[in-house]
Every structure is written in structure tokens, then in C-alpha cells.
Design a protein around this ligand. Sequence first.
Ligand code: SF4
Length: 440
Amino acid sequence: MDKLNKTFYIETYGCQMNTVDSEIVTSILISAGFKLVDDIKEANILLLNTCAIREKAVERVINKMRQHKGFLKSGKLEIAGILGCIPEHTGDELKAKLDFIKLQVGPDKYRTLPQLIKNIYKDRKYHEELDFDIEENYEDVTPYRSEHTNAFISVMRGCNNFCTYCVVPYVRGREKSRTVDSILDEVKNTIAQGITEITLLGQNVNSYNFEGIRFPELLQKVAEIKGMERLKFATSHPKDLTEELIDVIVKNPNISNSFHLPFQAGSNSVLKRMNRGYTIEKYLAKIKMIREKIPNIAITTDIIVGFPGETEDDFQQTVKVLKDTKFDNAFMFIYSERKNTASAKNFKDDVSKEEKSRRQQFISKLQKKIGLVELKKDVGKITEVLIESISKKRDYQYKGRTEQNRIVVFDKIEGYNIGDYAKVKIKKAEGVTLFGEIVE
Ligand code: SF4
């Protein structure tokens, strides 16, 4: 393929899986002779890698691309394109709203990008690639790492769970697990690049299965790799979570004591309509099991409020779970009806916008209080922190994370750099942040 000597700029929206995909896209384009730039003004090609999980996410991308339209007239920009989940979900609508884009490519078709871009330079026409590919896992593509202290490595793509509110199965297709060897090789390569914190990713890692090797066994193999300092994974689905997996965490000190387990709603009738595949009693029993095996584990979760038909009593059951479980943190979302999902087809979106945001604000406030009480338990302790970056607020301070994934801010001292691990004595907790000082 002739070299075009064109530069590209990529913006990423949405989940960690999209972060990995943007690293894969960057690697594919660089291998094809395109040059990555970190300033949109220097770009000939602009790519937005998008998320379709909520309407707000779609609106944000449309507004952003409209803002960038000016560069097509005044700047170096020649091609604007959209990647990821929105093209797969509502590509036609997007094209109608953004008639100047020349390209849409879905999550399984990134290998076609170099040729598609060349075609556009030839015929100046709009091109798209939106088919699913059950084989595609980009195993042979070495992602172009955007971060240098931690890395996300996808172990599988797609999802078979069909939670009724979720677009993921419709935009990322069926589950496909990568080969064990390709994952172990990528972990070793990543460690060789000096990155010692790795998060294994999947929409539902618990359903990883390659030739009978399930996720607990894969996690054990990764934990045994030399130089694997801090190992994390996300996301687990409660219905598939096993004691075996928790035993692997207990057995390996380099596996982080932070665990993300979305429960979504506290009411069984809502969970049923969400097709989550567990009752709240079953969920809480798993939390109890995890905490019995790992008492100081930090558990986080996801919640959706305002699901169709959610009554005040249903909502109070969600509130009760928050009060009783005392999560370290929770990501709380308002139900957003997504086209083509089972809930959009079968249930009326009958909880008002005002009531949805009242419920979201109520639990956000509650969780903030609960989270701070949990954080304060670290005051006085000395904990190991991975230094991730310079604090945005004070450039004489570092920001890092404990092995429970808690944010810590502390003064820089000689001899410590980003990517290093430091022993930090925790002095206080405020909001969602711990503050401390390095102890040698
Ligand atoms: S498990 Fe459910 S919520 Fe998660 S990606 Fe799959 S369908 Fe969506």
C-alpha cells in the first residue's frame, strides 16, 4: 500500500474497552504509514472513537464533531470519521446529523481503516464498514500504549448477556475469548515496556473461556508472570462470579484488592426486567463471600436508577443495598432508553426525568458520605502507592493509587518518579481522595 504521509488525531469516548480499541487503531494506522499527532490542528485525519451506552454520550460526540467541523475549512483537516459503538448502533442517524463525515467503522472492522482512508483520498466519497466479525480479536496487533504507568489488555470482546437496557451485545457482537498465549505474550511485552500495572478487560470477564481455560485459571497464569507488580481486572458479572476466582485473588498478593461488581438495582422485580440473571439476595451472598475471604477488599459497583416501572419502594431497596453494603465507590446512572434494546421494545420509559435525577442525586449524596467513611479508615496507615501523574491541582504533588484503587495525593520528593511505587503514610481523607506523605 503506497504511503500517504498523512497525520491523524484520535479522540476516545466511553469505556476502557474503547481506550484499548483506540490503541489498536493507532497501531494499525502507524503500521500503514500514517503519523499520529497529539494536536488536532496538525491532523489531516480526525477520528472519534465513540460510546453508545447513553443518549448523552451520543449528543456529546455530535456536538464535539460539529465543533471540529471548522478545521475542515480552515485547517489541515481533510477527513473526519467516527469509529466504535455509535456507528454500529445508529450510524444512519449520525450520518444524517453530521453530513460532512467521510467515514464510519465499527469495533470489528478497524483493520480496514488504512484502505478505507486511501479510498476516500481517491474518490472523495463516504465509506463505512459496520459488519461484525466473530473471529476478530486483534490478537496480532500490538496496541500503541497511550499511558505509561498502567495498561488495559482485553481478554475477550463482545457480550452474550443481553441485559435489557444495554446496547453492548448489539454494537460489539457475541463473546469471543482471545487465546491464552496471545494474552500472556501481550502482558510480557507490556511489562517489558516498563508498565507494571495491568488491568485485564472484558464486558464480562467471568465468561472468558478459551479451549476450556476459564478466567480464574487465566488470571493465575498472568499473576505468575515475572514483573507483574499489580494486576486488576474488570468487569465481573455477579451471576458468573465464582469462589474459585476469589481464591485466586487471595493466593496472589500482586492481584489488587479492588473489585468491581455492578448490582444495578436493589429490587428483584427490576432485576428481573433488566434480565440480570440474579436476585439481590444472591448478589449480597457473593459480596459476603468475597469479604469473608478478603476482609480489606475495596468493592465498587454500578447502579441504574429510573428503570421502567421502578417504584419508590423499588428505589428504596437500592438505597438499602447502598447503606448495608458500604461500597468504596459507585457509578450511578440514570436509565437511558436505547434503540433496539429489549427494554426499549417492551417497557414504557415511565419514570419522569425529574424523578430520575432526584433519585440519582439522592444516592450520589448518600454514597459520597459512605465512601468517605470507608476512606477515613486508611488514615494513619502506611500503604503502597503507584505514582501515576503530577497532581492537576498542585504541580509540587503526585497523584497515585493504592492497591485498593484509592486515589492518593502527596508531595513529590527527590528520587521518586511517575511509574514508581512509594510507601505513603495517609494523613487525611477528603471527598474521594486520600492525602499523605512518602515515608522512606
Ligand atoms: S453484562 Fe449486561 S450490561 Fe454488561 S455489557 Fe453485557 S449486556 Fe451490557
